[in-house]
Design a protein around this ligand. Structure first.
Ligand SMILES: [Zn+2]
Ligand SMILES: [Zn+2]
Length: 362
């Protein structure tokens, strides 16, 4: 049996904080992205397993007492186990809670996902995943591909998603393989037939007698998935990208859920975005404001020379067409709008003072 305390390198009396600290350190060290050693992956899984038990007070107590996280866990051979793990949604929330919170540190906030599976859809299809992707203004304007990492349930590699050790799956006798049961209730207006999901097979129509011990018969395991996403030109905070079938795998080979990525565009230090226009203030000196001139200004694409007419007023705006944000649909591009700020000097040289004095006397 594995010693979870030893795996995390903490004492048996370690408190929650110590365990979390040890886990963060080790998970960072052995993360397959950062550690290329051949056994890093195995070690990483082990660390996760240890943490999932020791971070849960109930599981930790069971582990301390019985040497197992579940009172009727796979190693203790308890007869109740099948029944306990039957409701997968419970297993999911109990087994993996709190991981996302820790992993967001490794992925710069990119990793922020949640799973949803409405109760009305208690069939064997996989959960939809909602993730947030932070992008820069430059990534909105120039074609970019970006990687996103998120947790999803994937097909169990040990049983090829069947949930069965030997690959043997038999038809559910309760629903005759249909996954649904009909119940007829008598009432004063006659018989009412109600159809519901079969409780025994959870709607899959199949029953597994020799459950795979890696996925506990569900046919799927939780894993960190990575995907390269092409960011659409002109994306904004309202943009949600849908990837059908890229969510969690279904239970026992059921249909996969969808992946939704909510785009979040970071603010830029030079440009303010207003729809498809980019806004910026530029400062000019008093002589240029009075006499006019040419000022070089940077757009997000290149440098342009902006002609300032003589007598320009503070706050006057100039539009440079086509140097803004592309429209997400179509081929139009927004504009770059420059607001002129006249820079009135607080300190001037004696020569300047003389010239201003002369101007005043005219
Ligand atoms: Zn399996
Ligand atoms: Zn059934």
């Amino acid at each position: 049996m594995k010693d979870y305390y030893e795996i995390l390198g903490v004492s048996k009396s370690a408190d929650e904080k110590e365990i979390k600290r040890a886990y963060r350190k080790l998970a960072g060290e052995y993360h397959p992205d950062k550690n290329s050693a051949s056994d890093a992956d195995k070690k990483f899984k082990e660390i996760n397993e240890a943490y999932s038990v020791l971070s849960d007070s109930q599981k930790r107590a069971n582990y301390d007492k019985f040497g197992n996280a579940e009172p009727f866990g796979p190693n203790s051979g308890g007869a109740n186990y099948g029944q306990q793990s039957g409701d997968f949604s419970d297993f999911s929330s109990a087994g993996f809670g709190g991981f996302e919170d820790i992993f967001s540190d490794f992925f710069g906030g990119n990793f922020n996902s949640s799973q949803s599976r409405s109760d009305s859809r208690r069939d064997n299809s996989g959960e939809d995943i909602h993730a947030i992707m932070d992008i820069t203004l430059e990534e909105v304007i120039f074609q970019t591909e970006k990687e996103i990492a998120f947790y999803a349930m994937v097909k169990c590699s040990h049983c090829s998603g069947t949930g069965s050790k030997s690959g043997k799956v038999s038809e559910c006798t309760t629903c005759n393989g249909t996954g649904k049961v009909r119940r007829v209730t008598q009432s004063f207006i006659g018989n009412i037939a109600m159809e519901s999901i079969c409780n025994v097979c959870k709607g899959t129509g199949k029953v597994i007698t020799d459950k795979c011990s890696y996925c506990i018969g569900t046919g799927r395991t939780k894993e960190l998935k990575k995907m390269k996403i092409k960011i659409p030109l002109g994306a904004s905070d309202e943009t949600v990208l849908k990837f059908s079938g890229s969510g969690s795998a279904g239970i026992n080979g059921g249909a996969s859920g969808d992946l939704y990525i909510n785009i979040r565009v970071q603010s830029h230090k030079l440009y303010k975005r207003s729809g498809n226009d980019l806004l910026r203030n530029i400062s000019i000196d008093v002589p240029t404001a009075v006499l006019g001139g040419v000022v070089e200004t940077e757009t997000i694409y290149d440098k342009v020379n902006l002609k300032i007419p003589a007598g320009v007023q503070d706050g006057e705006k100039f539009k440079i067409k086509g140097k803004g944000v592309p429209f997400i649909h179509g081929h139009k591009v927004g504009d770059y709008i420059v607001t002129v700020k006249i820079n009135i000097p607080k300190r001037i040289s004696s020569q300047e003072k003389k010239l201003y004095q002369e101007l005043k006397n005219i």
